[in-house]
Design a protein around this ligand. Structure first.
Ligand code: ZN
Length: 243
């Protein structure tokens, strides 16, 4: 079984289409780690396209915000406005689908969480210390997370030491049961690691390999649609820089 692991699509249809085209034929099932909408211009289209592939899917903090399950007062102004816009345009079908998704689940030796196993909707695992604490909050060998929009792998080398491994692309990495890991595939629709290309990963459950991938997409097409809907210029511009 080969898994296409994607996260943080954020209503960016051009990016999602590019990932699906790039990975074509290389996977049997999608695992999606949450934040299907928010920020981008195509919420309903992204929900519909993802659903066509019958994924294992989680909800993220932006999905919760749009459903009214999360207070948006802690969102910054741009993110808040994007949530309010998406609340206006989202259709009943999309809303019902998002509402059906959990923020955390388990698939064999993998725990899947949108943000972190400790706080599945909220916590940002952006450093070794936060990763280290989180290893106590899941029992499986591996945990997959999104939320930070940065591809990275944290490995629990010992109780005191967590290794940080930045991504190496197109080079399958062997996952071993005796080295517990928290892994982030990066973001499809709004990368934040200074690389504007859509980020995703391929997980092979037979060989137990993890492969990071990046693919260029038509950023201008997404930006044009964001401007048309009056979404913030700062959100439009950041797609170009991967931030
Ligand atoms: Zn996100």
């Amino acid at each position: 079984m080969r898994i296409l692991v994607i996260s943080d699509i954020h209503a960016n249809l051009a990016a999602l289409e590019a990932v699906l085209a790039d990975a074509k034929g290389d996977w049997d099932k999608i695992w999606f780690l949450g934040d299907l909408i928010g920020y981008g211009p195509d919420p309903n289209e992204c929900v519909a396209l993802l659903r066509e592939h019958d994924p294992i899917a989680l909800s993220g903090n932006h999905d919760w915000a749009i459903l009214g399950k999360l207070d948006i007062q802690h969102f910054n102004q741009d993110a808040r406005n994007a949530v309010l816009w998406a609340q206006r345009v989202i259709n009943a079908d999309s809303r019902a689908y998002l509402d059906s998704l959990p923020p955390i689940s388990a698939e064999g030796p993998f725990t899947l969480a949108h943000a972190s196993p400790r706080h599945p909707v909220w916590e940002y695992i952006l450093d070794r210390g936060t990763a280290a604490v989180n290893f106590a909050f899941f029992e499986s060998p591996f945990c997959l997370v999104g939320h930070t929009h940065v591809p990275i792998l944290y490995a629990e080398a010992s109780a005191e030491h967590v290794e940080v491994h930045p991504p190496v692309y197109n080079a399958p990495l062997i996952l071993s049961d005796d080295l517990r890991c928290i892994i982030n595939p990066g973001s499809v629709g709004q990368p934040r690691d200074s690389d504007p290309r859509a980020s995703y990963a391929l997980l092979n459950l037979v060989n137990m390999t993890w492969e990071y991938r990046r693919v260029e997409y038509d950023v201008a097409r997404t930006q044009m649609r964001m401007r048309r809907h009056g979404l913030s210029e700062r959100l439009v511009a950041r797609l170009e820089y991967g931030w």
